[in-house]
Design a protein around this ligand. Structure first.
Ligand SMILES: Cc1cc2nc3c(=O)[nH]c(=O)nc-3n(C[C@H](O)[C@H](O)[C@H](O)COP(=O)(O)OP(=O)(O)OC[C@H]3O[C@@H](n4cnc5c(N)ncnc54)[C@H](O)[C@@H]3O)c2cc1C
Length: 380
C-alpha cells in the first residue's frame, strides 16, 4: 500500500496552508480534496475576505493576526503578487455597542494608537459613503486589509499540486496508521489533519453537536455614488444595528460593493447549495446599506452562497462560542482536527497552516487552549 507521513483531508485555505508549510519543511505529505481551486463550494471560495488585526471576538486573536500577516507578506514576496491589499476598517454601532468597544479594546491592548473618527458624525464627515446616526460609536483601524482569497489559495498551492489527489477521502484509524480511503485506492498515513470545512462532522462524528453549518448570502451592489466607494477612499465596514450585523468592502474589483450579513443564516447540510441567493435573503443587507451606507446602496448585481461552520459555546470553560477547533482528537492523537471558521478564519490561514504543521510534525506541540476540544465535555 502507498504510504505517507502526513495526510491532509480537505484543501480549503486551511488545508492548503498546512500542505504548503509541511512541504516547505520537507515533510512527506499528501493532500486530498475533490474540489478544484475556485469552485464555489465550502467556505474559502470567492474573491475576498476581511483581514482584521484587531478582532471584536477576542483580543487574544491579535497575536494570531500578526503571525498570519507576516506570513501573508512572505507569500506575496514568494509569489510576486499582492495578496493582502491594505485597507482601513470602520466598525460602528449604537452608543455602547459591545463589538466596537471590544475591537477598540483589542487595539488599545496592543498599543495601537486610534486616531480616526470616533462617532457617526465624524465618520460621515470623513467618508462620503456613510450616513451613520451622529451619536453612534465608531472605531477605525488602519491595520486591516482585503485578503484576495482565491489568489491566496492559488499561491498557497503553487509548487505543491503534485502532492494533491483530487478525490474525496475517508479515514479509518488502524493500529499501524490511519488508512486513507478514496475511490481510486488507499494510502496509509502516520498522522492526519482533517480540515474539511463544513463537511468536518462527516469525518469526525463527535463534532456533530458542536458545529452548526449555516448558509450565508453574499451580494454585490452597484453603488449609488461610485466616487464614495472606491478602494482607498471607502474603508471596509462592519456595522452592528438592532436588525443585524453587516460587513462590506470598497469596490476594489470594479464589480460593486460586496456586502453581507454576518448573523448566521439558516442551518444547512454541507451539500445543500440550492436555491440561488434570493432578494429576500439580502433584504437586511440592502436595507442597512440604504440607511447607513447610501453611497454603496444600489441594485444587486451579483450574489453568492458561502457556508459558515460555527462552533458552539463550550460547556467546560466559559466562552461565547465561535472559537475555533484546532486540536488532536483526545481518543486518537494521530488525528488533528481543524475547524477554524465561524465566519472569521480566512485571515489567519497562513498562521493556522503553520500551527497545524507544528502539531503534525511534533506530538509534543500543544494545542492553543482556546481551540482545544476538551472545552466540550464530550471530549474532556
Ligand atoms: C460568506 C463568508 C464570509 C467570510 N468572511 C470572512 C472574512 O471576512 N474574514 C475571514 O477571516 N474569514 C471569513 N470567512 C471564514 C473563512 O472563509 C473560513 O474560515 C475559511 O474559508 C475556512 O476554510 P477551511 O479550509 O477550513 O474550509 P473550506 O474552505 O470549506 O475547505 C474544506 C475543504 O474540505 C474538502 N473536503 C470536504 N470533505 C472532504 C473529504 N471527505 N475528502 C477530501 N476533501 C474534503 C472540501 O472540498 C473543501 O475544499 C467567511 C466565510 C464565509 C462563508
Amino acid at each position: 500500500m502507498k504510504t505517507c507521513d502526513i495526510a491532509i483531508i480537505g484543501l480549503g485555505l486551511m488545508g492548503s496552508a498546512a500542505l504548503r508549510e509541511l512541504a516547505r519543511r520537507g515533510a512527506d505529505v499528501l493532500g486530498f480534496d475533490p474540489l478544484a481551486i475556485g469552485e464555489a463550494r465550502g467556505s474559502s471560495h470567492g474573491s475576498c475576505r476581511i483581514f482584521r488585526r484587531f478582532n471584536f471576538e477576542s483580543e487574544a486573536y491579535t497575536a494570531l493576526s500578526d503571525r498570519a500577516f507576516a506570513l501573508w507578506r512572505a507569500l506575496e514576496a514568494e509569489s510576486h503578487q499582492t495578496i493582502l491589499m491594505p485597507s482601513a476598517i470602520l466598525e460602528a454601532g449604537p452608543a455602547g455597542c459591545p463589538s466596537v468597544r471590544k475591537s477598540r479594546a483589542a487595539a488599545v491592548a496592543a498599543g495601537g494608537p486610534i486616531t480616526g473618527p470616533r462617532t457617526g458624525r465624524e465618520a460621515n464627515a470623513a467618508y462620503g459613503a456613510f450616513n451613520l446616526p451622529d451619536d453612534w460609536d465608531v472605531v477605525v483601524h488602519e491595520a486591516g486589509g482585503i485578503l484576495l482569497a482565491e489568489r491566496a489559495m492559488r499561491a498557497l498551492r503553487a509548487g505543491v499540486e503534485h502532492r494533491v489527489a483530487r478525490e474525496a477521502a475517508q479515514i479509518a484509524p488502524m493500529p499501524e496508521g490511519i488508512r486513507i480511503l478514496t475511490a481510486s485506492g488507499e494510502v496509509m498515513a502516520r498522522r492526519v489533519i482533517v480540515s474539511a470545512g463544513p463537511w468536518i462532522a462527516g469525518l469526525v462524528p463527535g463534532l456533530t453537536r458542536h458545529v452548526k453549518v449555516t448558509r450565508q448570502a453574499v451580494g454585490w451592489f452597484a453603488p449609488a455614488r461610485p466616487e464614495t466607494t472606491r478602494y482607498g477612499e471607502c474603508p471596509i465596514f462592519i456595522l452592528k444595528a438592532a436588525r443585524g450585523m453587516i460587513y462590506g468592502f470598497p469596490d476594489f474589483e470594479g464589480r460593486g460593493v460586496k456586502a453581507a450579513q454576518h448573523d448566521h443564516g439558516p442551518a444547512v447540510g454541507p451539500d445543500e447549495w440550492d436555491p440561488p441567493v434570493s432578494d429576500a435573503e439580502l433584504a437586511t443587507t440592502s436595507a442597512m446599506l440604504a440607511e447607513l451606507v447610501p453611497g454603496a446602496a444600489g441594485a444587486i448585481t451579483d450574489r453568492e452562497v458561502c457556508l459558515y461552520t460555527n462552533t458552539a459555546q463550550a460547556d467546560v470553560v466559559a466562552d461565547d462560542g465561535g472559537e475555533f477547533v484546532i486540536d488532536r482528537l483526545p481518543a486518537d492523537p494521530r488525528i488533528i482536527v481543524a475547524s477554524p471558521c465561524s465566519g472569521h478564519g480566512a485571515k489567519f490561514a497562513t498562521a493556522i497552516g503553520a500551527m497545524l504543521a507544528d502539531m503534525a510534525l511534533d506530538p509534543k506541540v500543544k494545542a492553543v487552549a482556546a481551540f482545544r476540544l476538551d472545552r466540550f465535555s464530550s471530549f474532556a
